[in-house]
Write a new protein. Structure first.
Length: 127
């Protein structure tokens, strides 16, 4: 049992060390609230807007501050259903698609914490 616990602790330490080692330079695990990050957001085919947000701001919070966004759910479980009056049409199997820095988001907008110079892109996609 002691060996199992030691093995689990060792694996966790190794995983954390690998995560920190592979993290891009200038990125931090924790964003102090007094830190501000620059961000650019594009919604559909509108011109991009650039603004700054306090550390710890999610993509959902930024979208709600800089556009008329409607979401369902709360926090990490929230998802966007309308931006600036454009609703995703369920009958057409549409949804609001979130990309971060040109790549499909791997977490929801309510979970993604903005980092400096992030590019947030919202578009309508279908499933």
């Amino acid at each position: 049992m002691k060996r199992l616990i030691l093995l689990i602790l060792l694996a966790g330490a190794l995983a954390l060390g690998t995560f920190i080692f592979l993290m891009p330079a200038g990125r931090s695990i924790v964003s102090p609230a007094n830190t501000r990050f620059s961000c650019t957001m594009t919604i559909l085919h509108s011109p991009p807007i650039t603004f700054s947000v306090p550390g710890g701001t999610t993509a959902l919070e930024a979208t709600q501050r800089h556009a008329k966004a409607v979401s369902k759910g709360n926090g990490a479980d929230a998802f966007v259903i309308e931006i600036n009056g454009r609703k995703a049409n369920d009958a057409k199997h549409e949804f609001w698609n979130l990309k971060i820095n040109g790549k499909a988001a791997t977490v929801g907008a309510g979970s993604y914490i903005i980092r400096d110079n992030d590019r947030i892109e919202w578009s309508i996609a279908t499933y």
